[in-house]
Design a protein around this ligand. Structure first.
Ligand SMILES: Nc1ncnc2c1ncn2[C@@H]1O[C@H](COP(=O)(O)OP(=O)(O)OP(=O)(O)O)[C@@H](O)[C@H]1O
Ligand SMILES: [Mg+2]
Length: 494
């Protein structure tokens, strides 16, 4: 049973259609007046609309109803009924998103068949909805990990703007989670049950990208052997995510601007535009302003895309998130071995703390996955890490003759499960004031002096790593003399 809105200025037609569909068990909302039908569309929220194309006595037309029905969320399917001989306009209406049309006069059986087809199509979409609902769980906010102030700002923004139709520009270095945020925006909006379609604008040459995005007519160019719907049409009712939008070629930039302004797309080789109901999200890992200056990115498009922007901070600026992220990847992303999740040593954690993470969260995720694959035990060691990470570590230890064994940090204590957001700078198990270091492992609680010393060493290590092992630079950064740095590096615990 479906909710069907029927509108025609001929009362007998409305009555006939209504009776027939009611007999089939559908819930019918009949209207003789297009303006009233238009006003009631939102509150009725029908699955199907059957409307006359010309509603001559009324001010509103079938096309207005079509447009409104298609822009609802979720969009209703529309069957148009047209006067004999108005086929041109009917084709036009199909392009504006009608599901089908019937020419007057028609047999009731024809209408029945047409309604049946439309509703089975709508059922198929609902089945998809079920699958998408399951997918949604994957893109809950909880999948975006972070408790640093930078990430809390991001969460707040995502929550505030997810369920709007605003275009959003997501900024951030490579691997900071831009696509994750785009998916969270979509799956937390009322468009969640319609498609989310990511498009990498740098992956295709201009002409292919154009027909990919906007579709093409058969014969529009060599190789166009069939009509093809573009991704904008595929995303109807949902969200399109234009990734690496900075590399979109200029011609396509102006076409995209048109879509954003007019909400219609024109297939390559076609003259008639097609209405689309799509929310646009875009992302870039290079700043757009210099591209506007050198003329390779349209300023007007920039303003259209940048209505609201969300900036993801690089991982090196939110090291507080490291323990949570490491825990997340170990627990939720990597399969446990022998039924036991992997853990990391404090040394590994200290290297993570010191690393600069040019590849951001993706680099961390890959490093952990790699280490888990290579590790011979349940506890990831320094040797399991990729060389890009341990390079600095060896510089630090070699150049300072720093024996990691003197550092309380270096004890091979596994990370404890996190119970709350950790304090800035480190290992929660160690930084927490409660006697948690021992925890299950039974290690003693550190003296305050030893604890402060461990924090100091970790900070020195980090400074050395950031400076690539250059002690002078590190001392300068830390605001101490070179001699003090040397002393602190070799100082034994008292
Ligand atoms: N805050 C986070 N919490 C959990 N996982 C994250 C987070 N940020 C990123 N990731 C993970 O890191 C990987 C890279 O994220 P994503 O693809 O969203 O980055 P991106 O910013 O789109 O990168 P690029 O610019 O290279 O396309 C993904 O596997 C993602 O799940
Ligand atoms: Mg991406």
């Amino acid at each position: 049973m479906a909710r069907v809105l029927v509108v025609d200025d001929e009362a007998t037609m409305v009555q006939m259609v209504t009776e027939m569909l009611r007999a089939d068990g559908h819930e019918i909302f009949p209207f003789n007046d297009a303006t009233a039908a238009l006003a009631a569309l939102d509150s009725i929220a029908p699955e199907l609309v059957i409307t006359d194309l010309y509603l001559e006595k009324a001010r509103a037309s079938g096309l207005d109803i079509l447009q409104k029905a298609r822009s609802m969320t979720p969009p209703a399917l529309v069957i148009l009924i047209t006067a004999f001989g108005s086929i041109e306009t009917a084709v036009d209406a199909m392009k504006k998103g009608a599901y089908d049309y019937l020419e007057k006069p028609f047999k009731l059986d024809e209408l029945k068949l047409c309604v049946h087809r439309a509703l089975s199509y709508s059922d198929a979409i609902s089945e998809n909805l079920y699958l998408r609902r399951q997918l949604k769980a994957k893109y809950q906010f909880s999948q975006i990990i972070g408790s640093s102030s930078g990430m809390l700002g991001v969460f707040k923004m995502v929550q505030r703007v997810a369920d709007t139709d605003s275009t959003i520009l997501i900024l951030g270095e490579s691997g900071t989670g831009k696509e994750l945020v785009a998916r969270a925006l979509h799956f937390n909006s009322r468009r969640q049950f319609a498609p989310f379609i990511p498009v990498n604008c740098s992956a295709l040459p201009e002409n292919l990208l154009e027909s990919e995005l906007f579709g093409h007519r058969k014969g529009a160019f060599t190789g166009a052997v069939n009509d093809k719907k573009g991704l904008f049409q595929e995303a109807d009712g949902g969200t399109i995510f234009l990734d690496e939008v900075s590399s979109m070629p200029p011609l396509l930039q102006s076409r995209l601007l048109r879509v954003l302004q007019e909400r219609e797309v024109r297939r390559v080789g076609d003259t008639v535009p097609v209405f689309v109901n799509v929310r646009v999200l875009a992302a870039t890992n290079v700043p757009l302003e210099p591209k506007i200056k050198d003329g390779s990115f349209r300023e007007d498009l920039y303003y259209r895309l940048n209505v609201i922007s969300i900036t993801l901070p690089p991982l090196r600026d939110r090291r507080d998130d490291l323990p949570l992220l490491v825990n997340h990847f170990l627990k939720d992303k990597v399969c446990p071995r022998n039924g036991q999740p992997f853990r990391v040593t404090r040394q590994v954690m200290a290297v993570f703390e010191a690393h600069d993470w040019p590849g951001n969260v993706r680099e961390l995720e890959n490093a952990i996955e790699r280490a888990c694959a290579l590790s011979e035990t349940q506890v990831l060691q320094l040797g399991d890490l990729p060389p890009s990470l341990t390079r600095y570590e060896s510089q630090v230890t070699a150049s300072t003759e720093f024996d990691p064994r003197v550092s309380p940090l270096a004890q091979s204590v596994e990370m404890q499960p996190l119970r709350h957001a950790p304090a800035a700078g480190g290992l929660e198990a160690e930084g927490s004031p409660q006697p948690t270091l021992g925890g299950a492992g039974g290690q003693p609680v550190l003296s305050l002096k030893a604890y402060l010393r461990s924090q100091e060493l970790m900070h020195l290590n980090r400074a050395m790593a950031v400076c690539g092992g250059d002690k002078e630079k590190a001392a300068q950064m830390l605001g101490i003399s070179l001699a003090t740095l040397y002393r602190k590096m070799v100082e034994e615990e008292g």
